[in-house]
Design a protein around this ligand. Sequence first.
Ligand SMILES: [Mn+2]
Length: 221
Amino acid sequence: MRRIVIYGDIHGCLDEWRKLRQKIGVNANDCEISVGDLFSKGPKPLETLRYARNEGVITIVGNHEEKYLEIASAEKYGESIESRSYMEFFNRLNANDLAYLFSSPRFLKIANLTIVHAGLTNSTRLDRLSDDQRSMLTRLRYVGAGAMDYRFWSELYNGNQGFVVYGHTPCDIRKNRHALGIDTGCVYGYKLSAAIFDRRCERFDADAAKIEQVEAKERYV
Ligand SMILES: [Mn+2]
């Protein structure tokens, strides 16, 4: 069976990721995609980045990947401690690592399946993203449903950009009618999850997904 295998936020947890891939039994016929935040925060950032690259895994740009893209394009580099630690890691990246980062998409669409890092709103149009919508893809969590009423975006999302698989907000597997959240907080000591679909699926939704998980070896942050 040819499968689409989508991983939640890996955050440098390479041991858990290898174990999860082994459990799934990934092979050359599978299309593997990470929802982003592939390597920051956790124990083995550079090894994880290079492992993804060598194994042909596509990474969607997460807010952490975005930091490195920003540094690379020298747009928003400040003097904060956070920026310094990003800068130190950035200096360890070689040309192949950078090429991998620069070639990473902000979203992927396969039939009605849409993969983004964080989320989108009902006014997002993936084929003509405004700057705001573009930055939401990597960081959206809550949206205003009315005065003083904020709801998690996937509860309000009407499916107009497809069935969305996403990460970014650690939680249990989060199922909504038109979205599936798979960041289960491995780097915080919980689990690493993958959503697996048959590539011939005609209509992607939460029922069509098989979830596989492994426990984190430890709490890393
Ligand atoms: Mn994130």
